[in-house]
Design a protein around this ligand. Structure first.
Ligand code: T1G
Length: 689
């Protein structure tokens, strides 16, 4: 499918029709170019352009970006539209993004529907607008708004598109409105390319650069977009277009764009595995047990998806706390404009809080989000098993505990699975769907269907300590703690990982989430820990001192009254004391050493997770690390990044590290296999199920 066209009297109607979101592939570009010629041959007086279905056009077809550009190139199509003697009017009925917005900007006029959006999200794919966006947008909205729209990649709602001058009108029916425009009005509108470019404003551009650099942490696209906008301002239109195109083509084949496209498509490919044939259960009501931070967040996420929730707590006091937690989330969402008053009332109506399990009787699914203790969970599941129908599916939100052990305590273990949400549960997109030894396919299918309904990114995980994400996180932290003993400091480690692209390093992150959670897990692991494996007790000593992180004023750092993070000599003394008692002669580690060790540790662990079948693919591990653990999206996720290093190089570096510590740095068989076969991790597969 591509473009349809017809005329009614002297007016042409052209519609982009490339389901599901009118991505602008080669056929669409050709169809638009043919439509320009057709309108001229038919001597039409105007063309009204729309998109079929829910989008005007979602942008260039990003699947084409891995290959050489295919003619007709979009800039040429847009030049033909813009310079045609038949004026085109964009009637924007749905999202007009990237190339879709650029098509609209090449039209003589733009009329948008109230619910539609228009924007240039190219930087989120690691590129810049490549079909005139950096040249036409400043002419339409001015330099300041153009810099903001292009460097953030955020789409504008209709009202803002009108306010900035990006569109001429907001109309309930853009096509009708386009028909009603008097011919002389249309004739008076200057083609975008003939509008004067805004004057260069050095301070504005410098401010934009500073704002982008503050949070880009290594990403280049937004900074390059600023360069192209700036240098295009005083160039003739055609030259500015050529300069933009050259930079777009350069970035499009670069590592960051490839990584961001990988995540974009992997996220959309995340769904139930092909072998899962069962139908999901029909879910209208869900019981959530535990109204703490996680339980309240899960309950709110469920209500957001139109589900009815019975939030069960242990007693009236717990129920009151749960009610407050839910209310707080609703108020915050209201305050952020994520929902309106009616939406807030709807969530309140959908979430019923109780201390009576029998109130959850009608639920076909329960999600347990109680305290991370096996005894507590077993007790909850026993009560759920009695209160809910025998075919209800029982899920646990546990982040570490063995769901087979929970399932074994029930008459029917096939109804148990893990649904591991990430805090805040109503915001974080990742959902680890943990398959127990006895989990039925129907239960699994219900988990994936729920993930889709919640618009989460589902990843299938097997049962092990920490499933996929937390197991990698444990290895990341172990490598960091070992570096502390061997010579580094919390702030040096944190700084190195922020430079890699994390929003914060492992120690700042622990102080934020609290040291007690990992401490409880280490105690649980005491009985099964490999005695040959180096154990670093620094965190244990901090917990013993009551230093649980920011909430106690001190953890790995000390915190001033204003929350400023301060390196603490108490921590340094503990590190030095532990190094002495371990007989370690400390050395200095560069930021590169730190990054290398922490990233290699995670890659190696991730490859063992693949080897053991805990994760299904490298792409799944990329989704977990990006959507659950803050791995830099523009690096494509942990194993996409590993493939940029290459398995052979990783094996070489791990080999050197294993001379220091053969236990901690034992090379994963998957890495050895990929190095030996010169295979990308992305292409490594286990034997079919
Ligand atoms: N290219 C190829 N496929 C795309 C696509 C695109 N641009 N956008 C969506 N799809 C596929 C997607 O993979 C999925 O496929 C299906 O459409 C539904 O998408 C020249 C260079 C439009 C807001 O960055 O933000 O233009 O899984 O599940 O949730 O300057 O898609 O069904 O097989 O996301 O309703 C710029 C990217 C491109 C917008 C709809 N455009 N898309 O969200 O559906 S670069 C973008 C989105 C560019 C120019 C530059 C969203 C959406 P499948 P979906 P949705």
């Amino acid at each position: 499918m591509s473009v349809t066209k017809h005329r009614d009297k002297d007016i042409g109607f052209v519609e982009i029709d490339n389901p599901p979101v009118n991505a602008i592939g080669q056929a669409v570009r050709q169809g638009l170019l043919d439509a320009v010629r057709w309108a001229e041959q038919e001597r039409l007086t105007r063309v009204i352009l729309t998109g079929h279905g829910r989008a005007f056009a979602a942008g260039a077809d990003a699947r084409e970006f891995d290959g050489a550009p295919i003619e007709p190139h979009l800039p040429d199509v847009l030049n033909a539209i813009e310079t045609s003697d038949v004026p085109w009017v964009a009637a924007i009925n749905g999202v007009a993004l990237g190339g879709g917005a650029e098509i609209a900007m090449a039209c003589r006029m733009r009329i948008i529907a109230p619910g539609a959006q228009i924007g240039l999200p190219e930087v989120t794919l690691g590129v810049i607008p490549g079909a005139g966006g950096t040249v036409r947008l400043p002419r339409l909205v001015g330099l300041s708004d153009a810099l903001e729209i292009i460097t953030t990649g955020k789409p504008l709602v209709a009202a803002d598109a009108l306010r900035t001058g990006l569109v001429h009108a907001v109309e309930d029916d853009p096509v009708d409105a386009a028909l009603a425009i008097p011919g002389e009005t249309l004739a008076c509108i200057v083609p975008t390319r003939e509008l004067p470019a805004p004057k260069t404003d050095i301070s504005l551009i410098a401010a934009a650069r500073e704002k982008v650099a503050a949070k880009s942490r290594g990403q280049v696209a937004a900074l390059r977009a600023i360069d192209v906008i700036e240098h295009g301002l005083d160039k003739p239109f055609g030259q500015a277009l050529s300069m933009e195109r050259a930079v777009f083509l350069e970035l499009r084949s670069g590592e960051q764009a490839r990584a961001l496209r990988h995540v974009f498509f992997a996220e959309r490919a995340a769904k139930a595995p092909d072998w899962l044939r069962s139908d999901p259960a029909e879910i209208a009501r869900v019981a959530v047990v535990g109204g703490g931070t996680m339980g309240a967040g899960i309950a709110y996420a469920l209500s957001n998806a139109g589900l009815t929730v019975t939030l069960v707590e242990t007693d009236a006091e717990g129920a009151a706390r749960a009610t407050d937690n839910v209310a707080r989330i609703i108020e915050t969402s209201l305050g952020r404009g994520l929902i309106d008053r009616a939406g807030a009332d709807d969530r309140r109506r959908r979430i019923g809080v109780t201390d009576d399990y029998s109130a959850a009787g009608g639920a076909r699914l329960a999600i347990e989000a109680a305290f991370e203790s096996m005894d507590v969970k077993r007790a909850v599941f026993a009560r759920l098993s009695e209160a809910l129908p025998s075919d209800a599916i029982l899920a646990t939100n546990t982040s570490y505990l063995d769901i087979d052990e929970i399932a074994a305590s029930l008459p029917d273990p096939t109804r148990v699975l893990g649904l591991h949400f990430f805090a805040p549960a109503h915001i974080m997109k990742l959902l680890e769907i943990v398959r127990g030894a006895k989990t039925s396919d129907a239960a699994l299918a219900t988990g994936f269907a729920l993930a889709k309904r919640l618009r989460k990114v589902p990843v299938l995980a097997g049962v092990c300590d920490g499933f996929i994400g937390n197991r990698i996180l444990s290895r990341y932290r172990e490598a960091a703690d070992t570096l502390l003993i061997d010579g580094s400091t919390p702030s040096a480690v944190d700084a190195a990982m922020v430079e890699f692209g994390y929003a914060m390093g492992p120690y700042e992150a622990q102080d934020l989430s609290g040291l007690e959670i990992a401490h409880a897990n280490r105690r649980r692991q005491d009985a099964t820990r490999d005695p040959q494996r180096r154990y670093v007790p620094i965190a244990d000593r901090l917990v013993a001192l009551g230093r649980l992180g920011k909430k106690t004023g001190a953890g790995w750092y000390r915190y001033s009254d204003t929350g400023t993070r301060i390196e603490d000599p108490i921590v340094t003394d503990i590190v030095l004391a532990e190094a002495r008692s371990a007989g370690v002669s400390r050395t200095v580690f560069s930021a590169e050493d730190i990054r290398d060790r922490l990233v290699l540790a995670m890659i190696n662990e991730a490859c063992d997770i693949l080897h053991e079948g805990i994760a299904q693919s490298a792409a799944d591990i990329d989704l977990v690390t990006v959507f659950g653990y803050g791995f830099p999206r523009w690096r494509g996720g942990l194993l996409h990044h590993a493939d940029t290093l290459g398995a052979a190089e990783i094996v070489r570096r791990l080999g050197a590290l294993s001379l220091e510590d053969p236990v901690a740095w034992k090379i994963s068989p998957v890495l050895l296999e990929c190095a030996n076969d010169n295979l990308e991790l992305a292409k490594w597969t286990r034997a079919p199920r």
